[in-house]
Design a protein around this ligand. Structure first.
Ligand code: GTP
Ligand code: MG
Length: 138
């Protein structure tokens, strides 16, 4: 089985939506095998999103991710990376399919409620960013 890193973003934790979002993951057959609530510093958010450093929205993104607590989690299941991205929906909630997390909860292309790893290599690196091996309880 595959593992992926998920983050419930500040817009969602602010609106008390972590349970509703976790229900979407579980309904899709993804198991939450690690989870922690953490308030990132802007520097930590910047490190996590380093791949986007040259994008015009990078500073805004890092400010946002450090603006309130997030819930970092590891989801496990068959094809977890793709399945999670399917449940999340398109980056821009205006383009997200009905029933997806972003269609139901996201507020804008930036404040879009969740993050999910996009490939096996990024999933491994992103999981290691937040969790030690001991914290992954599959
Ligand atoms: P992630 O799972 O968060 O990586 O989403 P993604 O893969 O669908 O989007 P992408 O990697 O292209 O962008 C990463 C994050 O940057 C997005 O989830 C948004 O929060 C933010 N972002 C992307 N495009 C924009 C934009 O045009 N404006 C702003 N403010 N933020 C953006
Ligand atoms: Mg991405």
């Amino acid at each position: 089985t595959e593992r992926t890193l998920s983050i419930i973003k500040p817009d969602a934790t602010n609106r008390n939506l972590t349970g509703k979002i976790n229900a979407k993951f579980e309904e899709a057959g993804l198991r939450i095998i690690a989870q922690k609530r953490i308030h990132l510093t802007k520097a930590q958010a910047g490190k996590f999103y380093e791949v986007h450093a040259e994008r015009p929205f990078y500073d805004e993104l890092c400010e946002f991710m450090a603006s309130a607590p997030v819930v970092a989690q590891v989801l496990e299941g068959e094809g977890a990376i793709a399945k999670n991205r399917e449940v999340m929906g398109a980056t821009n909630p205006a383009d997200a399919a009905a029933g997806t997390i972003r269609a139901e909860f996201a507020q804008s292309v930036g404040e879009n409620s969740v993050h999910g790893s996009d490939a096996p290599e990024t999933a491994a690196a992103e999981i290691a960013f937040f969790f030690s091996g001991l914290e992954l309880v599959g």
